[in-house]
Design a protein around this ligand. Structure first.
Ligand code: NAP
Length: 493
């Protein structure tokens, strides 16, 4: 099916460097496929080191002018950009759905979510206050001012192709940084459409640059940025393995790093929980984007007293989910992003069943009709999960719910924290004293208490342990893009 947009010019298929749309210097391209069918429907440059270096040079040249703009002027550019994102929601949602596979309704939600960050940082841009330090020695004035760190490289994953890049570009530009971006191989088109709207908003040439590449060439593109001392910061969302690689490789030039990495979220249902609310919260947290989210619960711990009841109510809700292509308005779960993702989900399910898991629902690939490709995986529930299973220590990133049994608070806290990851955790209880006790002891950057939908531009989003460092959103969101300068002026007595 052709991708029909109100504005066909939003389907950009070139790099954007120094205010110009251009092909890669090496002129090879890679294809972008619809995850629902596997059919290619667009292509973008398969860029290399030379393209990456051209983007860096443009961003470096634009930096002095951009950071010197009054904060209010930078804010105006962001507001104009945001207005264009909102006005083109439907086209952006169609592009997201087509290249990423999430249902259209969810894709519209992602546009609103990403746009909220742009709006938020257009407002925060004018509040990057410093400090006047009270006089310590007569005649000496001391100040701490905040300034933009410089050229920022932004590297983003495929699961939220609009929101993940918007929540990096917006704070970077608000702070006065310039940006070079590389979207994921599977989903470059949404990012290119966003940049097209940024161009239309009048953001000056060189301030925002984007380079696309295939998985085979990504190390070359990003490697050119990691080795370049003009790039002062890397902001990355993606897997922990790649995050560690970036930390190692950027050490040579001591870049600032923000790493939003993988998770393996525990979701705890205590025996005093409101079970319907817990089922609702789990459905929201688990099935957003078909389970392909970093804060998706991978381990659901249910108190043995309510285990059977919870499993039964949950399975009834999951069984009613409608799978289908993103383009169908009533789809609730689309295809997974690609066949590698489905292979991983399948291997986690098989491993769990081989290690004592009991299959309550799903457990296999499905094809609803002949047009479907091989990337659909049935929503799955596995009971009697245990910590020997791969899904207890690795992200499954798919529509698989694993139900673990527990009998007391101490035990479940030990199990919940028994992971190298520390992004999000959730728990449901009606005991107010337990609320603060458990929230304090969970080793994660984000805790949902009787709530499954946590993301907000007004809140600090990020992890601890091997889920990374840095925070996106909130009043803290600009900190990662700014550095503090201490100024001491003498001779004033
Ligand atoms: P990924 O494989 O780490 O890829 C993320 C980005 O890094 C992509 O642009 C990818 O490019 C690039 N990349 C891959 N290998 C690289 C290398 N050697 N050097 C430099 N860049 C490289 O992760 P993903 O599979 O796209 O995304 C899923 C992961 O993201 C999950 O672990 C999920 O939990 C995490 N995530 C975290 C958050 C958060 O806020 N903490 C949010 C969303 C997702 P290619 O696409 O070309 O390979």
């Amino acid at each position: 099916m052709p991708l029909t947009l109100t504005r066909s010019d939003l389907l950009q298929q070139q790099n954007f460097i120094n205010g110009r749309w251009c092909d890669g210097i090496g002129s090879t391209r890679h294809e972008v496929a619809d995850p629902a069918t596997g059919a290619a429907f667009a292509s973008v440059p398969d860029s290399g080191a030379a393209d990456a270096q051209a983007a860096t040079a443009a961003a470096q040249a634009a930096f002095d002018g951009w950071r010197a703009l009054p904060a209010r002027d930078r804010a105006r550019f962001l507001k104009r950009w945001n207005a264009l994102i909102v006005a083109n929601t439907e086209d952006l949602a169609k592009i997201i759905s087509r290249e990423q596979g999430k249902p259209l309704a969810e894709a519209r939600g992602e546009v609103a979510y990403g746009s909220a960050y742009v709006e938020w940082f257009s407002e925060e841009a004018v509040r990057t206050y410093g400090e006047i330090i009270p006089e310590q020695v007569r005649g000496k004035k001391m100040m701490a001012t905040r300034e933009a760190v410089g050229v920022v490289a932004a590297i983003t994953p495929w699961n939220f192709p609009l929101a993940m890049i918007a929540r990096k570009i917006a704070p970077a530009l608000a702070a006065g940084c310039t940006v070079i971006a590389k979207p994921a191989e599977d989903t470059p088109l949404t990012a290119l459409a966003l940049v097209k709207l940024a161009e239309e908003a009048g953001i000056p040439p060189g301030v925002l640059n984007i380079v696309t590449s295939s998985r085979e060439k990504v190390a070359e593109v990003v490697g050119a940025w990691l080795a370049d001392s003009r790039v002062r910061k890397v902001t990355f969302t993606g897997s922990t393995a790649v995050g560690k690689h970036l930390a190692r490789e950027s050490a040579g030039t001591l870049k600032r790093l923000s790493l939003e990495l993988g998770g393996n979220a525990p979701f705890i249902v205590f025996d005093d929980a409101d079970l319907d609310a817990a089922v609702g919260g789990l459905m929201a947290a688990k099935f957003r984007n078909g389970g392909q989210t970093c804060v998706s619960p991978n381990r659901v711990y249910v108190h043995h007293a309510v285990y059977a009841e919870f499993a039964q109510r949950l399975s009834a809700r999951i069984e009613a989910l409608r799978m289908g292509p993103a383009s169908r308005e009533d789809s609730q779960i689309g295809p997974m992003i690609n066949s590698r993702a489905v292979d991983k989900i399948e291997s986690h399910v098989q491993d769990a069943l081989a290690r004592g898991g009991k299959l309550l629902l799903g457990g296999k690939r499905v094809r609803n009709n002949v047009a479907d490709g091989p990337n659909y995986f049935a929503p799955t529930v596995i009971a009697e999960a245990n910590h020997d299973m791969a899904l207890a220590s690795e992200e499954t990133f798919g529509p698989v719910v694993a139900l673990f049994r527990f009998s007391d608070e101490e035990e479940v806290l030990r199990l919940a924290n028994d992971t190298p990851f520390g992004l999000a955790a959730y728990f449901y209880t009606r005991d107010i004293v337990r609320v603060s006790r458990v929230a304090e002891r969970l080793q994660t950057g984000i805790v949902g208490i009787n709530e499954g939908a946590l993301a907000s531009e007004a809140a600090p989003f990020g992890g601890v342990k091997e889920s990374g460092y840095g925070r996106e959103g909130s009043s803290h969101g600009l900190d990662d893009y700014m550095q503090t300068k201490y100024q001491c002026q003498g001779g004033l007595a």
